[in-house]
Write a protein that binds this ligand. Structure first.
Ligand SMILES: Cc1cc2nc3c(=O)[nH]c(=O)nc-3n(C[C@H](O)[C@H](O)[C@H](O)COP(=O)(O)OP(=O)(O)OC[C@H]3O[C@@H](n4cnc5c(N)ncnc54)[C@H](O)[C@@H]3O)c2cc1C
Length: 367
C-alpha cells in the first residue's frame, strides 16, 4: 500500500475505521467512493456481531413513538436503501434480499398517532380485519403498513463487504484495536495485534464495544451493550407474507420460508448466552400468530449485543477531544435501518459539506 505524508508523519491510509459491522463498512464504502484510501480493522470477522444477529426490519418498530432525530435518520436512509442495495448487489454479486413485505401490527396500538405519523411521512396505512391475514385472531382490527421493507442481514453484510473490497477498502479481520496513540490533540495511530496502523483520520464504529476501546472509556454512558435474542423457525415458504408486530415482539419472514422471531432487550453487559426464558416467551408470541408452530420447527436460537444509546439516538460526528477522530455508533435497535444515511451524514461532516439532514442531534457535547 502506498503511504503519503500528512503533518510530517508517514500515514498509510486516509481513514482507519475501527469495527466492520454494518456501520463501519458502510462508512468505509462511502469514504472510499469519495476517493479516500480506507483501512478497516475488526476484532473478529466482518459483520459477525450485532449486524449478523439482527432481524433486518428497515424501520423503527412503531416510529410514532420515537423522537424526530430517529425518524429523520431512518427516513433519510429509507430513501437511499433501494439504490444502495442495488449498488451493493452489482458490486459484490450478493443479493441482500431487500423486500417490501409490509408490517401488520396487532392490537393494542395507538391508531391516531400511527395515522398522523404515516400522513406526515407519506407512508400508506390501513386498518384491516384480522380475518384477511390471520383468521384465528377473530374479529380484531390490525394496522397494516404496506411500505415497510426488510433485508437479510447475513447477505447484506456479505454484499457490503464485497462492495467495500471492490471499492479498494483494505479490511483486516481478527485485529483487535488495543490502544489509540495521540499527540497534540490528534490520534496518530492505533495498535492492533502488536502492529501500529497510522492514518490521517480515524472513525470508531465499534458497536457495543465502543466505550471499551482503551482511551474511549468516557463514552460508556453514551454507548452500551443491550442483548437481544432471536429464534429462527423453518416453515413452508409463503406461510407468512409480512412482518408481524405485537406488544414488543415481531416475526420476520424470509423468502425461503425461514421466519425470525424476537427479540429481547436485556441489559446484561457482554454476556451473549441464550436463555430458556427467552425461548419460552418468544415461542408463546409465535404461537399467538401461527398456532401450528412448535419447538420442532425451531432451527436455531442466538443473541447479539446491540450498541445501546439513550433514546436510541446514535453518535455521529467528531470526538470532542481529538481533531481527527470521528464516531459513528450507538444505533441501538436500528443500525441496519440507519446505516446508509449515517455513512453519508458522517462523510459530509468530515468533508465540511452541508449535511443532508441536521447533524446536531447526533453530535457529542463539546465537539
Ligand atoms: C436481536 C437483534 C435484532 C435486531 N434487529 C434489528 C432490525 O430489525 N433492524 C435494525 O435496523 N437493526 C436491528 N438490530 C440492531 C442492529 O443490528 C445494530 O444497530 C447494528 O448492527 C449496529 O451495527 P454496528 O456496526 O454499530 O455494530 P456491530 O455490528 O456490533 O459491529 C461492531 C464491530 O466492531 C468490532 N469491534 C469492537 N471493538 C473492536 C476493537 N477494539 N477492535 C476492532 N474491532 C472492534 C466488533 O467486532 C464488531 O464487528 C438488531 C440487533 C439485535 C441484536
Amino acid at each position: 500500500m502506498n503511504g503519503h505524508f500528512s503533518r510530517g508523519l508517514l500515514v498509510h491510509a486516509d481513514f482507519l475505521i475501527i469495527g466492520a459491522g454494518v456501520i463501519g463498512l458502510s462508512s468505509a464504502l462511502e469514504l472510499a467512493r469519495r476517493g479516500a484510501r480506507v483501512t478497516v480493522l475488526d476484532k473478529g470477522g466482518a459483520g459477525q456481531e450485532s449486524t449478523w444477529a439482527g432481524a433486518g426490519i428497515l424501520s423503527p418498530l412503531l416510529p410514532w413513538q420515537y423522537p424526530e432525530a430517529i425518524n429523520a435518520l431512518s427516513e433519510y436512509s429509507r430513501a437511499l436503501y433501494p439504490a444502495w442495495c442495488e449498488a451493493l448487489h452489482a458490486a459484490s454479486g450478493v443479493d441482500p434480499e431487500l423486500r417490501q413485505t409490509g408490517m401488520l401490527i396487532l392490537p393494542p396500538f395507538d391508531a391516531r398517532a400511527a395515522e398522523d405519523w404515516c400522513e406526515r411521512h407519506a407512508w400508506r396505512w390501513a386498518l384491516r380485519p384480522s380475518r384477511e391475514f390471520l383468521s384465528h385472531l377473530g374479529e380484531e382490527e390490525l394496522l397494516w403498513l404496506p411500505d415497510l421493507r426488510q433485508a437479510r442481514n447475513p447477505r447484506l453484510i456479505q454484499a457490503l463487504k464485497g462492495a467495500a473490497l471492490a471499492a479498494g477498502v483494505r479490511l483486516v479481520e481478527h485485529a483487535q484495536v488495543s490502544s489509540l496513540v495521540a499527540e497534540n490533540g490528534r490520534v496518530t495511530k492505533v495498535m492492533a495485534r502488536g502492529e501500529s496502523h497510522a492514518a490521517a483520520a480515524f472513525v470508531v464504529a465499534g458497536g457495543a464495544w465502543t466505550g471499551w476501546i482503551p482511551g474511549l472509556e468516557a463514552l460508556r454512558p453514551r454507548i452500551f451493550p443491550v442483548r437481544g435474542q432471536i429464534l429462527l423457525f423453518r416453515l413452508p415458504a409463503g406461510r407468512l407474507g409480512s412482518v408481524v408486530y405485537g406488544e414488543g415482539q415481531y416475526l420476520v419472514p424470509r423468502v425461503d420460508g425461514h421466519v425470525l422471531a424476537g427479540s429481547t432487550l436485556e441489559p446484561v453487559g457482554f454476556d451473549k448466552a441464550t436463555t430458556e426464558a427467552a425461548r419460552r416467551d418468544i415461542l408463546a408470541f409465535v404461537q399467538r400468530v401461527l398456532p401450528e408452530v412448535g419447538e420442532t420447527d425451531l432451527v436455531m436460537q442466538w443473541s447479539g449485543l446491540r450498541p445501546g444509546s439513550p433514546d436510541n439516538v446514535p453518535c455521529i460526528g467528531r470526538h470532542p477531544d481529538y481533531a481527527n477522530l470521528y464516531l459513528n455508533g450507538g444505533h441501538f435497535r436500528y443500525g441496519v435501518t440507519m446505516a446508509p444515511g449515517s455513512a453519508r451524514l458522517l462523510a459530509s461532516l468530515i468533508h465540511g459539506e452541508a449535511t443532508p439532514i441536521p447533524a446536531s442531534p447526533y453530535g457529542l457535547p463539546g465537539a
